[in-house]
Structure formats: structure tokens, C-alpha cells
Write a new protein. Structure first.
Length: 270
């Protein structure tokens, strides 16, 4: 490890402590979880629900909220329906009902076309228009899987790869005597790029295009709803991403091995 020995041990210690805290906290959550009764009955002895009913309800909530998809990497929110879209819809509905009652003294559903348009335009143009001033394309695309396509292709495909290039450049400066392993360099380069392309074109982009079609024909709320996202063919498309992930991970391992093991760790690299 050379002069980086202390830094390496510091990193290992931080990872060990933080993951230990994570593990202990998770164990405490399970240990102190409230008990689930075998059944719940009324005063007269009538069974209201059983443990199986409670567990089925819990599973339904987790499925809708994406809890079962959550992980240490935080992909649950990426896969599950967007609660902010649901909240915005309910907020809009509630506001229209209140405004209709206050302004015209009647329910919003009883309005004519002109009255409905007046209220919705005031909210959409007068309020949300100042908050969200985007081109018409973003009206249909913002917040869909197309954003994930942009994030992967631009944020990592450009800046991430640029950062890896700078890493290799810095390694060349601090270890001028070592020779890069050409085999690892080729493996890292091609697998990272191929894995990223597979992620985008076999999973992220197709899901985004289906969402785009649903957003244009039905609405943004439907395109981001669990009813749409949890369709079988979309779940299959999300699973297809695994192939690109595996290829990408192999490329990342090749680069990491080149930098960490061959470039910094081995004595003969110094």
C-alpha cells in the first residue's frame, strides 16, 4: 500500500463501522417490530381479520409503495410509482373543489366547460406555469424513464467515463513506472460502454418510450402510476436490464483491478 496505507485502513474502518451500524439497526428493526396477532376478533367473538389477512395487506402496500424493491442502492423509488405525481393529482382535485365552492357555490363536477376551463387554466397557467416553465416535450417526458436514459447516458456515459479517464491519468502521474495491463484496459473500455448501451437500449429507453406514449394518450399521472408500471411486459423490460448491468459490472471490475490492485496495492507497482 505504500504511503497510502493509512488511507486504505481508514477507508476499510469507515466501511466496517458504517455497515456494522446498518446491520445492527436492521436487526433492531426486526427484533422490536410490533407483534402480529393470529387473529383479531370483536367483543362478540366475530373474526375481523387473521394474520394472513394482515400479511397480505402489508404485501399489497409494499408492492404499491415499492418497498419490496428498495435496497441499499435506493432503486425502490426508481422502480415504484411516483407518489409525488399522485399527490399533485389529489392536490389539484382538492383545490378545484374548494375553488368551485368558494367562487360559484357549487361542485366542480357540476360546472360547464367554460367554468372548468377558467379554473384549470388559472391554476395551470397562473400557478404551475410560473413553477414549471418547460418546452412542450418536457411536458410529456419530464419525470418518466426517459429521464433515467438521460441520467445514464449523459451523467455517467459522459462525466462518469471522463472521471475514470482522469483517474487513469492521475495514476499515470503518481505511478509513472508501472505499465497498464492492455487486456484489462480493453476489457474495461468495451464492457463499460457495451453494458451502458445494453442498459439503455434493452430496458431504460423502451420503458421510457412506452411511458411517453401513455403520457401523450392518457396522461402523465397514468404513465407514472403503479397500474401502468407494474404491467408484465414492463417488468420484463426492467429485468432485461440485468444483462447490461452484468456486462457493465465486469467492465467496472476490470478498471478497478487495474487502478487499485495493479496501480496502487501491489509492491511492484511502486
Amino acid at each position: 500500500m505504500g504511503e497510502y496505507r493509512n488511507l486504505w485502513w481508514t477507508l476499510i474502518a469507515i466501511l466496517t463501522v458504517t455497515f456494522a451500524i446498518l446491520g445492527v439497526s436492521g436487526g433492531e428493526v426486526y427484533r422490536k417490530a410490533p407483534p402480529i396477532p393470529a387473529q383479531t376478533v370483536t367483543a362478540s367473538g366475530e373474526v375481523l381479520m387473521t394474520r394472513d389477512d394482515i400479511m397480505a395487506g402489508q404485501a399489497a402496500w409494499q408492492s404499491t409503495g415499492g418497498v419490496q424493491l428498495g435496497s441499499i442502492w435506493g432503486h425502490g423509488a426508481y422502480q415504484a410509482p411516483d407518489w409525488s405525481a399522485e399527490w399533485l393529482y389529489r392536490e389539484l382535485t382538492a383545490w378545484l373543489a374548494l375553488a368551485a365552492a368558494a367562487t360559484y357555490g357549487t361542485a366542480f363536477d357540476d360546472f360547464g366547460v367554460e367554468q372548468k376551463a377558467a379554473l384549470t387554466h388559472m391554476l395551470g397557467a397562473g400557478v404551475f406555469g410560473f413553477m414549471i416553465n418547460t418546452p412542450v416535450a418536457l411536458f410529456y417526458l419530464q419525470g418518466l424513464n426517459t429521464a433515467a436514459v438521460h441520467a445514464h447516458a449523459a451523467l455517467f456515459g459522459v462525466y462518469g467515463f471522463l472521471a475514470l479517464g482522469f483517474t487513469l491519468l492521475v495514476l499515470r502521474y503518481i505511478r509513472p513506472e508501472i505499465s497498464f495491463n492492455a487486456r484489462l484496459m480493453r476489457a474495461g473500455f468495451w464492457r463499460l460502454n457495451a453494458g451502458l448501451a445494453l442498459m439503455i437500449f434493452t430496458s431504460l429507453l423502451p420503458v421510457g418510450l412506452f411511458q411517453f406514449e401513455a403520457s401523450v394518450t392518457t396522461g402523465m399521472r397514468y404513465a407514472r402510476s403503479d397500474k401502468f408500471l407494474q404491467q408484465g411486459f414492463l417488468e420484463s423490460l426492467r429485468w432485461f436490464r440485468t444483462f447490461g448491468d452484468v456486462v457493465f459490472i465486469l467492465g467496472a471490475i476490470a478498471v478497478a483491478w487495474q487502478v487499485v490492485i495493479l496501480g496502487l496495492w501491489r509492491k511492484e507497482a511502486r
